[in-house]
Design a protein around this ligand. Structure first.
Ligand code: ATP
Length: 299
């Protein structure tokens, strides 16, 4: 059963095309990661599916209806990228306030325990650290026993332990049949929770596949070397950039490139090989894989 769906959705902000003909579906019980660099369109997609914004064209559906209607949103939980908690209220009071909006909210003790917040119950939210506030904000998405939860960068700014508490809470929700969509800049984060990852870049779906498959797609390495001469024409170079006599090469197969450099007797110095950042990998995917939908999962 499909709980959320965007069908050929485009969203513009003035001249800025934030989403370009995106189709995306979430099945009941899935935990899907939306992965992409800054400005890719992840939050825009979440905002459309949760009824915070309207698409410029195309259709969006949440729990079988228009996400802007209250009846469609009744079983929805959301933590946006930025949340404001009322600073003078205690954590327990904020949970009570949100719980009062639902018929059968999760018991407070259970919610706090699930997200490792029990010790903070009497603390005013204004005095919490940034990471503690974030954990409270994420936990609040689960108060009303939602069927589907959207978490926009839930663990930004959290240390390792806090992140694990959140991941455990999210996993427990899914283990009970809950459905989760979360956004992240980090494949590692999505990997910890989800099997399916949808890569968004430049407002388009670049890939919709398992984490393993996407890891293969973005497994681009940067080979840097100092070289005064020009480089011979070597295979497998997806991108090159020169900075003085320093050359940075992007490749999916760094071992082969290094072997070729040696075989061609390229007089390089100070060789360095490292994984690329996700941003660099996305640039490579975007440039090399047209049309982007060719690698999207078959519907
Ligand atoms: N309210 C807005 N007004 C104008 N432009 C917007 C607005 N919201 C988003 N945009 C633009 O739409 C594009 C997509 O932004 P969006 O926030 O959806 O990306 P994102 O993938 O969530 O990025 P990040 O990881 O940085 O949060 C960006 O170019 C952004 O500047």
């Amino acid at each position: 059963m499909i709980l959320a769906r965007a069908l050929d959705v485009t969203r513009r902000y003035g001249d800025n095309l934030a989403l370009d003909s995106v189709t995306f579906e979430v099945e009941s019980g899935e935990l899907v990661g939306l992965l992409g660099p800054n400005g890719a369109g992840k939050s825009t997609l979440v905002n459309l599916l949760t009824g915070i914004r309207r698409p410029t064209s195309g259709t969006v559906e949440l729990l079988g209806g228009d996400p802007r209607l209250p009846q469609s949103r009744r079983h929805l939980g959301v933590t946006p990228q930025e949340t404001g908690l009322p600073g003078s209220l205690r954590v327990g009071e904020v949970v009570d306030f949100v719980s009062a909006h639902y018929d059968k909210p999760l018991p407070k003790a259970e919610l706090l325990d699930r997200f490792g917040l029990t010790e903070l119950v009497r603390r005013q939210t204004g005095g919490l650290s940034g990471g503690e506030k974030r954990r409270v904000a994420v936990a609040l998405a689960f108060v009303g026993r939602p069927r589907i939860v959207f978490l926009d960068e839930p663990t930004t700014g959290l240390d390792v332990q806090a992140r694990r508490f959140l991941w455990d809470g999210i996993r427990a929700f899914q283990a009970e049949g809950g459905t989760v969509v979360l956004t992240s800049h980090y494949l590692e984060e999505i990997e910890a929770l989800a099997r399916r990852v949808v890569v968004i870049g430049g407002g388009r779906v670049l890939a919709d596949d398992t984490v393993d498959a996407v890891r293969g797609l973005v497994a681009v390495h940067r080979v840097s070397l100092s070289l005064a001469d020009s480089l011979p024409d070597l295979p497998g170079i997806a991108g090159a950039e020169r900075d003085g006599d320093r050359l940075h090469l992007l490749t999916a197969d760094a071992d082969r490139l290094v072997r070729d450099l040696v075989a061609y007797e390229v007089p390089f110095k100070d060789l360095e090989v490292r994984p690329t950042s996700l941003e660099e990998a996305f640039l490579t995917i975007t440039e090399d894989r047209a049309p982007a939908t060719a690698i999207a999962r078959a519907a």
